[in-house]
Design a protein around this ligand. Sequence first.
Ligand code: HEM
Length: 428
Amino acid sequence: PDAQAAPGSCPLAGAESPPELFTWEFAADPYPAYAWLRTHAPVHRTRLPSGVEAWLVTRYADARAALADPRLSKNPAHHDEPAHAKGKTGIPGERKAELMTHLLNIDPPDHTRLRRLVSKAFTPRRVAEFAPRVQELTDSLIDSFAARGSADLIHEFAFPLPIYAICELLGVPREDQDDFRDWAGMMIRHGGGPRGGVARSVKKMRAYLAELIHRKREDLGEESARDDLISGLIRASDHGEHLTENEVAAMAFILLFAGFETTVNLIGNGTYTLLRNPGRRAEFQRAVAEEDSALLASSVEELLRYDGPVELATWRFATRPLEIGGQRIASGDPVLVVLAAADRDPARFPAPDTLDLARTDNQHLGYGHGIHYCLGAPLARLEGQYALGTLLRRLPDLRLAAEPEELRWRGGLIMRGLRTLPVSFTPR
Ligand code: HEM
């Protein structure tokens, strides 16, 4: 049978006090706790594992409104932080550094200017032209384990694909891409864990990007100048304005940082969900075999809604006292919009705990909403559809090689994803 929760089966339904959040059990399945919060404490103040106190917003209507509320700033300078919370709301090791002046940490008018400039370089057309290369990358990764009959789909597939894809788009030379893979690996393995390694990796990546951007700027006038995204960012201009060198570096960094762990988890969570729901998986495989691109697209959107990569949207801070869902929020308070809870809200989605690959009217918040709506959504959709479609087309009897209870979920705050995904299949 498909692994869907039966209606009304929430084990916490009758509980009177708030469920324990951020435990291992919660990481494995946070949805019952989110259902409880949506019903009993839809705007809920909690202490995060880092010690920071924040509001969790769990209803769809409140979440969508909060994501677009100009009174909620993305700039961590608005955080009225107590001493024990200092530095706990940024990328480890990078709080005050130059790479932090990126889209997800700034408000209009700076955000408007930067987003307009990057949108000139990172266009839907650039992404569409990249599609054949995503197919090649996907196939070559599957080639590397197809004859073995088993694989860890996180390390061998979901993780390298987005890294190589973003590196190629940015114009990182092939011979340097494995360094990126290692630095990114350090960030994903230890995000929220030991800080030294992460800080060192971020530092190396920053030094590398500065050098690469410098070289690309020098080459810009040459015949051989490539039409890659970094060159596009250097060239982009709006009313005579360009990005500064530091802004190009911060932009390249955020494209990597925002675009890789998310996509790893889309592929990982998406594959896992399909493997646990045999009926829907058969439907998905039919869509792939019949090249039903509409059903393939709606499937990936539904997988994002059902168990998306971004559990909580990135930080927001109240710039003045305000109310969300009837709850008073003080100026300086951090607010975390729980996308995973909003996207299972029965007030917005009929049968929200059912995986419905053909779901229409599926305006989930998995890519956010408002001015910070995911810039990489077209690329993420492309990678998700190619990765899941190709995997189940080439390895049609793919199966989980572990019990679901044995699988470990990463304990990070913002992202939701598996540490490993062991599978087996008939060798090809
Ligand atoms: C923003 C999700 C892939 C680049 C966001 C936000 C979400 C999100 C929820 C808004 C965060 C907020 O408002 O706090 C996802 C998911 C992805 C994905 C679920 C994969 C399935 C990508 C990729 C890229 C990318 C592949 C680029 C290569 C960005 C950037 C922003 C962003 C630059 C900031 C936009 C801004 O602040 O204006 N993403 N993302 N994302 N995403 Fe994605």
